[in-house]
Structures are given as structure tokens and as C-alpha cells.
Design a protein around this ligand. Sequence first.
Ligand code: HEM
Length: 300
Amino acid sequence: MQWFMLPLYPSIIASKAYEARAKVHSALKAWYEAGYDQKTGADVVRTRAALMRDHGLKPADFCKLEMSIMHGATSNTIPTLYWLATFIFLRLKLVEELRTDALALLGDKSDTGKGIVEIPVSRIEETCPLLVSCWKEAIRLASQPITVRRVARDFELADPDTGRQYFFRKGADVMLPATVLHRLPSVWGADADEFNPRRFMAASKSEEDEANKKRRGAYMPFGGGKHMCPGRHFALAEILGLMTALILGYEIVGLKEENVEMANAKVGEAIAKPTAAGQGGKVQLRRRTGWEEVEWKFLV
Ligand code: HEM
């Protein structure tokens, strides 16, 4: 990926990736030209393709754009799910607490240990605040995007703590590395590098307002402004929906802290992956007693 982004003959310096991308382009082009997007495509695919056709774009052009959606939709979501599941399942007491909330989410269907269990994804945010806090905390630690913005006009900015003035010249590029912001002890406290499941759960409205004031500008896992990630609500729904099923119906056996280690994210990735040796080691994902026969249905 990094090699791809260098403006230097990618067909030579990243030939394998270049050829693979050309293969996907050509398959997508044929698929769109045959009109499968309108016949069998998901709503999002169909609507996007229709919009691009309306604006005069041909499948040969927009199939390239559609590849970036696949990249965005998978490259960050999968490692985020990994970190959330790992941080949670390393803490058995936390799993128990989250199970209590997840059962409350199922409501009067909570005694359904078999058959189809329906997870009302749209109610997770109000019913499972601890899980939502774990999600925010997992992405705080794992998210390492560098948001880049071009300065539109000359201006000066003062550091509120030191009073030092900074001059931003029109046309310059400013890089905002979330890794630094997400681990500032002055904002997050002395345990900034630790996973604190309750960090985003305030005891009261005033405590929440106070915390938000401090964190404003220091928490940007999805970038910011006009180009803020448009997939963030979708990512929250799919990851928290699946996590609820994992918490209710499964256990992860053999997961050890010493086998988990985060690598640095590479160019083009917003979320860090684990190092080769830090992927959790040999673990077993198994159905919990009483939940062996369950099939999951996610309601949105
Ligand atoms: C946990 C999962 C995800 C994370 C952490 C994430 C993070 C990001 C970040 C940091 C940006 C750059 C924003 C900026 O420059 O201000 C971005 C942009 C984008 N993301 Fe995501 N993303 C996630 C999931 C998704 C999903 C599921 C989709 C699509 C279904 C998606 C589609 C996009 C698109 C299209 C952009 C470009 C937006 C623009 O330039 O206007 N992302 N994402």
C-alpha cells in the first residue's frame, strides 16, 4: 500500500499489488457494464452507481472509485473489531458485566438460548453504555490516522497553555496525527496508554460536559469536518452488533495479554493491526453452554 502511494511507476515498484488491482478493476467494470448493480446490487451499491451514471461517469471510471469503498469498509472495521474483542475478552469480569447489559437488550427474549436470537442493533447505544464506552476506548488506542488539511488562508493560532503563537500560511499542508492526540496525558490522564473500559462513561451530565471540553480536538478516530468518515455509524452498528452476539453466545479460551501487541499503522490505514507475534496466540472461540444452537439475526 505504501509503495502504491509513491508517485513512481507503481506498475514497477508495486507490480503484484498493481496487477491485483487491475484484475479487480476489470471484473468490476464487466459487472457494472452488464448492469448487475441495478439487478442484484445492495442498496448502497445500486444508489451510488445510479448517481454516477446520472452524472455521466462510465463503469470504466467509477469502478475504480468503488474499490476505495471496499478498502474503507474493510481495512479499518476488521482491526477495530479485533481490538475491541481482544480488550474485552482479556477481562472476564468486564465480559460478565457486558453480558448483563446484552441480556437487557434482548428484553423479554433474553431466555432464548436457542432458535433465532434477534439483536436490536439500533438500541445498543441506549441500552449498553459500557459497550459503547469500550468501543470508543478501543478506537482511541488503536486509531492512528494522520488527517491532512490544506490551509485555505493565512492565520495565526495561539497555544492556550503556553501562549505561543503559530502562523499557518495559505497553501501549506497541516498534518494532525491522532496517535499523539489520543494519548496525551494532559487530556486523558496518567493512564492514557491503558484500556479503561469506563473512560467514556461519565457519572453525571456536568462531568460529561467537563470531559468533552477537555477532549474536544483530541479525539478524532474518524477524522473531522467535511471529510469526516461517512461510514462511522455503519461501522459502529456492524461492530457492536457482532460484539453483542460474541459476548452473549461465545467465550474465547486461551487469550493472554502477553500474546497481544499493537503494531504501528501504515500509510492508508486508520486503525493499527497487531504485530505478527501479537495476534493473541492460540485461542479457541467456543459456544457458551446453553447457546450452542442459536442463530443470530441483526435488526437495524
Ligand atoms: C472503525 C471503522 C472505521 C474507521 C476507524 C474509519 C476511519 C476513517 C478516517 C480517519 C477517515 C479520514 C477522514 C478525514 O480525512 O477527516 C475516513 C474516511 C472515509 N471512510 Fe472511514 N473509517 C471506518 C469505517 C468505514 C466504513 C465502514 C466505510 C464505508 C462503508 C468508510 C468509508 C470512508 C470513506 C468513503 C471515507 C472518505 C471520506 C471523504 O474523504 O470525504 N469508513 N475513515
